[in-house]
Design a protein around this ligand. Structure first.
Ligand code: NAD
Length: 263
């Protein structure tokens, strides 16, 4: 475990850490010296990322929790505090895709996406905040999306949730700034992960057996930097916001999208 890294001595919790952007961030946080609570709905994925961290010499705790449940969110913070005694960094990253447009999205789909992508982001920090306020230190990072900034067809409930995350982040930053708790959001552009592939199929943009690499190449042409992102691109920004280098940054909405939302 690094004692000189950018997060040396810190305790972090990452939700949705079993895959994609959450996994890359959990690994990066651990490589920079943080002990990490690896939270995921999928217990096997949480265990697997925990093993990756510990095999590399880091400290990690697997936690199975559904971020859309108040009881689970309370328990995941309690388990983390029981293991590590404190909590410095919360990355509310867990999320799902959500397909449809305003005229055809079902109430079921709306409720499902809002429960995980909006309510789940709130609940992730709800039970960490009293602890951070008491210690007068903390960095909360909320995972939003480029879809919360610009209109992208076919992902209506997802867009609504991510726009809500951006607004919620600003409200939390203003509220808890006097307690020295920082709250920022990241808006990633397209980064190939299982979520992106599911989204394409659910929106009807790809058949289940489509070669996703071909679609990735097509999509890359719409980005000023002419490539899609990598999970490590995202983890680098999460690391910065988590670290003391961002000590005077709160209420920020950070695009990590190859310039896509600048159009
Ligand atoms: P992913 O599907 O690879 O990983 C998501 C992880 O979250 C999975 O391990 C899943 O088991 C977990 N999860 C799902 N629902 C959960 C719940 N209710 N409670 C706890 N864990 C749960 O997806 P990803 O691409 O890594 O996405 C991570 C986040 O980044 C999401 O919030 C997503 O909206 C956001 N995002 C992704 C992209 C992208 O292009 N990949 C772009 C913008 C925003």
């Amino acid at each position: 475990m690094s004692t000189t890294g950018r997060l040396a001595g810190k305790i972090a919790l990452v939700t949705g850490a079993g895959s994609g952007l959450g996994r890359a961030s959990a690994l990066r946080f651990a490589a920079e010296g943080a002990a990490v609570a690896v939270v995921d709905l999928d217990p096997t994925a949480a265990e697997s990322v925990t093993t990756e961290i510990t095999t590399a010499g880091g400290h990690a705790l697997p936690v199975t929790a559904n971020v859309s449940s108040d009881a689970d969110s309370r328990r995941m913070i309690a388990e983390t505090l029981a293991e590590f005694d404190r909590l410095d960094i919360v990355f509310a990253n867990a999320g799902i895709n959500g397909a449809g447009n305003a005229a055809d999205t079902t109430e079921y789909e709306w409720d499902r996406v809002i429960a995980i992508n909006l309510k789940g982001v709130w609940l992730t920090s709800k039970y960490a905040l009293p602890h951070m306020i008491e210690r007068r230190t903390g960095s909360i990072i909320n995972q939003a999306s480029m879809g919360g900034l610009i209109g992208l067809p076919g992902i209506f409930p997802y867009t609504a949730a991510k726009g809500g995350v951006i607004a919620m982040t600003k409200q939390m930053a203003v509220t808890y700034g006097p307690d020295n708790v920082r709250v920022n959001a990241i808006c990633p552009g397209t980064i190939p992960t299982p979520l992106v592939y599911r989204s394409r199929v659910d929106r009807g943009a790809a058949a289940p057996n489509t070669d996703q690499a071909v679609l990735d190449a097509d999509a890359a042409a719409r980005f000023p930097l002419r490539r899609l992102g990598s999970p490590d691109d995202l983890a680098a920004t999460a690391l910065f916001l988590a670290s003391d280098e961002a000590n005077w940054i709160t209420g920020g909405i950070y695009t990590v999208d190859g310039g896509r939302s600048a159009f």
